[in-house]
Design a protein. Sequence first.
Length: 233
Amino acid sequence: MTDQPLTDPTPAVLGESRGRVLDVLRAIDGPAGVQEIAARVGLHPNTARFHLDGLVDAALAERRAEGEGRPGRPRMVYVATPSDVPAGQRSYRLLAEMLTGLVSDSLPEPAVAAEKAGEAWGRYLAERPAPGQEVDAAEGLRRLNTVLAEVGFDPAPVDDTEHVIPLHHCPFREVAQQHREVVCSLHLGLMRGALSETRAPLAVERLDPFVDPSLCLAHLVPAADQARSPRGR
């Protein structure tokens, strides 16, 4: 059992992108949809939805169905919560500890399951290229680093000739230290899914977690090499 506090700080500390989403939401007079928020902030719609739902979880925004009662599927819209409404104490850290413990104890191959889930989320959050668009290694790296930054990492800039991405500030560090097999496999899958979705000629060969207390290293290889070799962790 960790000796770190399991409740989250109040008020919640927001990352740069989520803070910008909240600022835009507060500046809009009335509810707004995901596409509108994404366009104003300059984010991929899936990433904008990810941050909007995070604001809802933190009680900083509300999600509503627009035009309820009318024919057809209602559009989901978001509105900022009045700033004088207290967010209250949150315990997502405790929830993460409980769920990762459940995965570790209940599944026969927890790392494999976590990596598979991470790949699905990586594909969901990545900026998908248009049909027929060629994505080179440099553009693939840019899109991967965007996903990593949006979920809370601080990836160091690299060019397409380098084979290692230094990842600073793991957003789930305390949970990862207790359940490394699950959390680090999830992050490995996230990166693999994002690169796959962008059709970049790169793949993540392995992830070396916590080479320093606040540094992990993601090792890249050409996608063709990854397809010919077993996938490492």
